[in-house]
Design a protein. Structure first.
Length: 123
């Protein structure tokens, strides 16, 4: 499924997302948007961050995190619980809450177009 067709689902899930990580399979990468991307980043999951611009009579700029599906380790962190699995999506619940999403997003959107975080041990 093209992301443009999924944007409403992503925005609906992420608007008040406080404890879940939603991952979508896009080609060879697991991708997370907005708060899910922030949670992965905050949990030191090795990933790339960039901007996703959605056009369709309007423009929405989202923060996108992606990691090659071969590089994603399970569990994503010690305190995560896998809630849902399908061929094209994963949902994890996490115990930690992170409160600085808005300033993180602003920093990422103002920063470079792509950033790579060094892999860290999650166990």
């Amino acid at each position: 499924m093209k992301f443009e067709n999924r944007v409403v689902e992503v925005l609906t899930r992420e608007i008040d997302n406080h404890r879940n990580v939603y991952l979508f399979l896009e080609g060879e990468n697991w991708c997370a948007y907005e708060r899910s991307a922030y949670y992965l980043y905050s949990l030191n999951v090795p990933l790339k961050i960039d901007k996703k611009i959605v056009n369709g009579g309007y423009e929405i700029i989202l923060v996108k995190a992606h990691i090659n599906k071969r590089d994603l380790d399970f569990p994503i962190c010690n305190n995560s619980v896998l809630k849902s699995v399908s061929d094209t999506s994963l949902i994890f619940s996490i115990k930690d809450t992170f409160k600085d999403f808005i300033s993180w997003k602003k920093e990422k959107l103002e920063g470079t177009n792509e950033e790579e975080k060094k892999p860290l041990s999650l166990k």
